[in-house]
Design a protein around this ligand. Sequence first.
Ligand code: ARG
Length: 585
Amino acid sequence: MIAPSPLDTLKHHLNTLIADALRSATGITEVNANVITASKPEYGDYQANGVMALAKQLKTNPRELAREVVGELEKTNTALVERYEIAGPGFINIYLSDALLIDRANAILNKPDQLIPLTQLPQCIVVDYSSPNLAKEMHVGHLRGTIIGDSLVRVLERLGHRIIRQNHVGDWGTQFGMLIAHLQEITAEQGDLPVRLADLEEFYKAAKDHFDSDTEFAATARNSVVKLQSGDAAYLAIWEQFIDESMRHCEAVYAKLNVTLTRADLDAESRYNDKLANIVDVLDTQGLLTESAGAKVVFLPEFMGKDDAPLPVIIKKSDGGYLYSTTDLAAIEYRSETLKADRSLYVVDVRQSLHFQQVFAVARAAGLAADSLSLEHIAYGTMMGKDGRPFKTRSGDAVKLVELLDEAIRRAYALVSKKNPGLDEMQKQQIAEKVGIAAVKYADLSKNRTSDYIFDWSTMLAFEGNTAPYLMYAYARIKSILRKQDGGAASTRLDQVTEPEERELLVKILQLPEVVQAVARDCYPNQLSNYLYELAGSFMRFYEACPILKAEDAVRDSRLALSSLVAEALNQGLELLGIKTLEQM
Ligand code: ARG
């Protein structure tokens, strides 16, 4: 064996095996076996595509080289592979051995935790997600970041990485002066703070109207910002109460969504206030700072605007105020120097791409981020309505997240009642809560995150297609089959795979960790949802082709074991998407 495997998966072992053979056959040390899951069953279980590039490099015939490589492979004694086959211009098709597959299945049947093994190279990974602005209530614009971030955190954590969640909430800046001033003015009226802020959105609108229509109030509001930013105790106290109340609104959303963020994960913008002057100093010492129209800015050659004019990153405004970018620079320094992260992920709207490119570049140029720290903007597109326009209420307002989630539960309730009218009230309600929330999350997680996506109740709540209800139903169905066997104890031995559908299903199950690893690397949760959808499809094909309970003893036990493995894979996979399964639906 060579270097410790980052993750003990079939694909990893094949890559190692083929790479060794490529080295022996060519004498070249830098090789890439390029093993992928076979694109068609007639190409085997996996295919190695690395021969062609090497043949090109050596200016030799790729099929010839493939023959030599397979010759090397056949000399190595491995339990993993049954046979190799050369195809097309030099592909190597790989057929895994049934015995090996069965062995792996049995190991997992005894220890379901090992379905997804731990990484041997754990990293410290910061994940900045959700991060709403606390001046307003969470609205649909925060849904995607919250859901995608939550899933990534679950995936990375599951592989054994150390995760530091950072909810970089916007809790500072000029709007808060306005909100405090408005709060002070209406304080004379009845009601304590939670009551007055019960509807944050309304409160924000009222304050804004007040600000826009009353110049005297606008002046008071501006003065409040100054007071707040200079650390006036009375103003800070009101601000803190406001933030606290606003966070309570967020927490209600997190709880409904089954999202793991807590107060301990807060990394509010205000936390960096006293670090900002130092950021300016660092940039200055590094010779990166330029004065432009009274403001302090950084110009980097890689950022040119229209007309080839360089694009400035503003660090400090002419009035002395700092910007969103300045805070992010301070946060990068903290994540690098103090948290010592290996990766720092920012799950933020794609419209902030330029912001992150600039901030990352400035941080690198100024040495605020260690070279070893990987800075990654995990961008996502806008949530659209069925009309193809950004999702809004009928009156054009932002849709509050709490209301959207409540509607999801209501709609799921109607669906469940129709599908299964015999259930009692409490069961229906419990199922509706899980299915409704799962539908919203899954609809988002099953799309490529970088594209805009269309939020559509009827597709996300359908029992057919790549949806949460479909997968949850598939899981519940397998569980009900397992319950029907004598005694109800799950079979824990797989002795044979006879039919092709059984084998296909088994290989698919064993591929879960490869998919999870890809999600951890590239941060596209839709790879996992697509996999789960295919897995459910493999199960359905198996179920149609292979009788389970009616089969004779040995076959029946193996099929039951296989079914319990699928259930395990579905359950663990959905868990990584933040979706709770149901034993019965
Ligand atoms: N609060 C910001 C917004 O709502 C998102 C913050 C994202 N994180 C960051 N480190 N900039 O747009």
